[in-house]
Design a protein around this ligand. Sequence first.
Ligand SMILES: NC(=O)c1ccc[n+]([C@@H]2O[C@H](COP(=O)([O-])OP(=O)(O)OC[C@H]3O[C@@H](n4cnc5c(N)ncnc54)[C@H](O)[C@@H]3O)[C@@H](O)[C@H]2O)c1
Length: 384
Amino acid sequence: MKILVTGGAGYIGSHACKALAAAGMEPVVYDNLSRGNRWAVKWGPLEVGDIGDEKRLRAVLEQHQPAAVIHFAAFAYVGESVEDPNLYYQNNVCGSAALLRTITQWKPIPVVFSSTCATYGVPDQVPIPENHPQRPINPYGFTKLVVEHILADADHAYGLRSVSLRYFNAAGGDPENEIGEAHDPETHLIPLVLAAARDGTAVTVFGDDYDTKDGTCVRDYIHVADLADAHVRALKYLLAGGATTAMNLANAHGYSVKEVIETAERVCGAPIKVKIAPRRPGDPAALIGSADRARELLGWVPQRGALDVQLTDAWNWMRKNTANQLVTEHGYQLMNTILRIGAWPKAANSARQVVNHQIHYRPLNRHLRLRSRQGQCTFKNASW
Ligand SMILES: NC(=O)c1ccc[n+]([C@@H]2O[C@H](COP(=O)([O-])OP(=O)(O)OC[C@H]3O[C@@H](n4cnc5c(N)ncnc54)[C@H](O)[C@@H]3O)[C@@H](O)[C@H]2O)c1
């Protein structure tokens, strides 16, 4: 049975594809690779396309005849959504509306949707139950809430059943270390803390005067493999005729930023420098989710909730990723552009050699640094 996975080249989507394959289903990834990685698509075909491209999407649906859709594709950075809300309304709302319109016009197959705890805003109580009022405080959370409403209306009008999964903070990597998190730029706390341990740089803590046990923000970290498992369960629930619903994916337990840093120091065996910065607007003190509904309806019980397990899996992936110099799609395209426009002719040969191997790139201001197993080269004053 084929399942269409939008955003399946991304962090959580790729782990869900692995879980789908393990459950005997074939994931067909539909991704425009704007933020995902080609190398993360390993368990089925990759169809490059945008969720807003109805013609392309229709052709992919006709070709693969999926039994259901898991819809991960979105932009997912709160800060970016505040700085550039147009981007988020266009991609997350208009894109999802186009996707859901295409699906309902084709066949109203069930949809599992990646929603978020950001739809709740500042909670009145923790752990947050699903019937807590949804009052998002940033455009990102609002875009996800709009899609939850579109899905509810689509059920009413067209009989399209769905499960909206409201994740808390995704963390960790594949326990078998085949895939993991690779964002560029990275904004999530855990990879930033691990990179600080690896590179000896400082990690910034935004606010240490919150009303929490140690003054830093508390978050409910949920292992990406547990998230992946919940998607397979939600899919089976819908394929068995389950009704439209929404549920939290959380551990019902929070860890503070300080606890994350201290645990990372133990896992990585290295001290981590900390820089205290002022609070960021819109960061609630504590976000912890109740996972009762997912347990009751899906029989879902997270297996990798302990922070040291999540950090160990993420650390193993980071070490492998650094060693193998995996390149992100953005880096790959950047290098191809550099070569196509013929910039730095003297460097072109070595750059091409680098591209042929797997590269790691790091744009530093206007400098582009490339590292491969063959060595390192830096292009100065790059303009792109
Ligand atoms: N990471 C978290 O902690 C978290 C928490 C709550 C909810 N979510 C949601 O889970 C989903 C996946 O998150 P992630 O962390 O894996 O993000 P990600 O950026 O790693 O993956 C998103 C994928 O969607 C693709 N994509 C984006 N816009 C697209 C479009 N218009 N057409 C086709 N493909 C497109 C990207 O290329 C990328 O591969 C998102 O919807 C996000 O909002 C994530």
